[in-house]
Design a protein around this ligand. Structure first.
Ligand SMILES: Nc1ncnc2c1ncn2[C@@H]1O[C@H](COP(=O)(O)OP(=O)(O)OP(=O)(O)O)[C@@H](O)[C@H]1O
Length: 240
């Protein structure tokens, strides 16, 4: 059994809209094993994105703990959480979140610029550009390096976002409805790419989806029900 790389313990999260409290997570527990591809499913509004954001330190739980290799990460300062995300995690989103004024290559380089700071970045520029170029080639975008996001298709934007997520050599890829805005063919390409990164490079992947056919590509599926994480029986997942 592979060791746990990321875990949530008893996580609660309630959003407040005026006087109304909306409890979203009510004691969620999850263990993500090193090297697995895990799908998180659940009805719309069940808290899938909230859980992913908490696991990825974009959001803090009200109660409970988030652990990375056994160390608390939810209690880190904002600065250390930013650094943690920059070096250990790659994240991709349904709407890509690329910087519109930058080319595909510059978007992929951005995490390295943040990691090293401008001066150190300039010193390593050649090797970092080589890495970014190789990543874009790997995701099939060798011919789109100088295109800006508006000049790319949805599938190409998501591939660029994946290349960017890989720039700082993360151990984990967190994906929130990565194919939600894509046509089936582009979506399949993005999923194949993620599966390949998991199987060939050993990247641990956590993917939120509302689509059980997509979840069936993962090694394991968990469901969010009433703010808690329910493990699915193997047969249930296959039947979808
Ligand atoms: N920042 C916020 N402020 C207030 N309410 C929020 C906030 N973020 C999420 N919510 C509410 O929390 C609930 C869970 O949202 P979340 O996006 O985690 O669900 P989800 O399972 O990912 O949904 P979907 O599949 O529709 O994307 C929803 O009712 C949502 O309206």
């Amino acid at each position: 059994m592979a060791p746990t790389v990321l875990a949530a313990r008893g996580v609660t999260k309630t959003y407040r809209k005026g006087a109304v409290a909306v409890p979203v997570l009510r004691g969620a527990d999850i263990d993500v094993a090193e090297g697995e591809m895990l799908a998180i499913v659940g009805q719309s509004g069940s808290g899938k994105s909230t859980l992913l954001h908490v696991l990825g330190t974009l959001d803090r739980p009200d109660e409970g703990e988030v652990l990375y290799r056994g160390q608390r990460i939810d209690t880190l300062s904002r600065r250390r959480r930013d650094a943690f995300r920059n070096t250990e995690l790659g994240m991709i989103f349904q709407s890509y979140h690329l910087l519109p004024e930058l080319t595909a290559l510059e978007n992929v380089l951005a995490p390295a610029m943040i990691r090293y700071g401008v001066f150190a970045y300039l010193g390593k520029r050649r090797q970092l550009r080589e890495r970014a170029t190789a990543l874009l080639e790997r995701v099939g975008l060798g011919h789109r390096m100088t295109h800006k996001p508006r000049e790319l298709s949805g599938g190409e934007m998501q591939r660029t976002a994946i290349a960017r997520a890989l720039m700082n050599e993360p151990r984990l890829l967190l994906a929130d409805e990565p194919t939600g805005n894509l046509d089936p063919t582009s979506g399949d390409g993005v999923l194949e790419l993620m599966r390949g990164l998991n199987q060939t490079d050993g990247l641990t992947v956590i993917m939120v989806t509302h689509d059980r056919a997509i979840a069936a590509l993962a090694d394991r599926t968990v469901t969010l029900v009433e703010g808690r994480v329910a493990e699915e029986a193997e047969g249930l997942r296959v039947q979808g």
